[in-house]
Design a protein around this ligand. Structure first.
Ligand SMILES: [Zn+2]
Length: 158
């Protein structure tokens, strides 16, 4: 089956008056197409739950790490041990900044669900494929735009 294709759209009935088209739209005859185009509420709700779960996981993980770091703060007798702790800490801080960015993305994605903008590419306005969203619920761009952006970033060396 070809996704996004609607047999109704091709039928000669479309050549009828605009009024008839609107009537069909209202009576739900065009729903098969709408089903392909718009995510239903159940799907949106699932994505929202998934995003909120991701958020909780990150936060509890960060809290755990902070607790570990605090408990290590006390007695460090050997200077070599201290150096190890320092480098571990800077590693943790880098990790935290990556997670903070991810948290921001999750918040953005949840906001997009609430504004009914979720699953729409921020660049071209096309629908982001469901498989892509399932693999990466925070995705903001369709795969085409994302690929283009990554190529641009490579060119500019950033
Ligand atoms: Zn796009």
């Amino acid at each position: 089956m070809k996704v996004g294709y609607c047999s109704v759209a091709r039928s000669p009935e479309l050549l009828l008056s605009d009024k008839s088209y609107k009537l069909k739209l209202l009576t739900g005859l065009f729903l098969p197409m709408a089903g392909e185009m718009i995510m239903n509420n159940d799907q949106l709700q699932k994505f929202k739950e998934q995003l909120e779960q991701m958020k909780e996981d990150i936060i509890s993980d960060v809290e755990q790490t902070l607790n570990d770091m605090t408990s290590q703060n006390g007695n460090i007798p050997d200077p070599n041990d201290r150096a190890t702790v320092e480098s571990e800490r800077s590693f943790e801080l880098r990790l935290r900044s990556r997670e903070r960015k991810l948290l921001d993305k999750i918040d953005e994605a949840i906001a997009r669900i609430e504004n009914s903008e979720y699953g729409i590419c921020d660049e071209c306005g096309e629908k982001i494929r469901l498989q892509r969203l399932q693999a990466r619920p925070v995705a903001k761009f369709c795969i085409n735009c994302k690929t283009k952006q990554e190529q641009q970033e490579k060119i500019h060396g950033s």
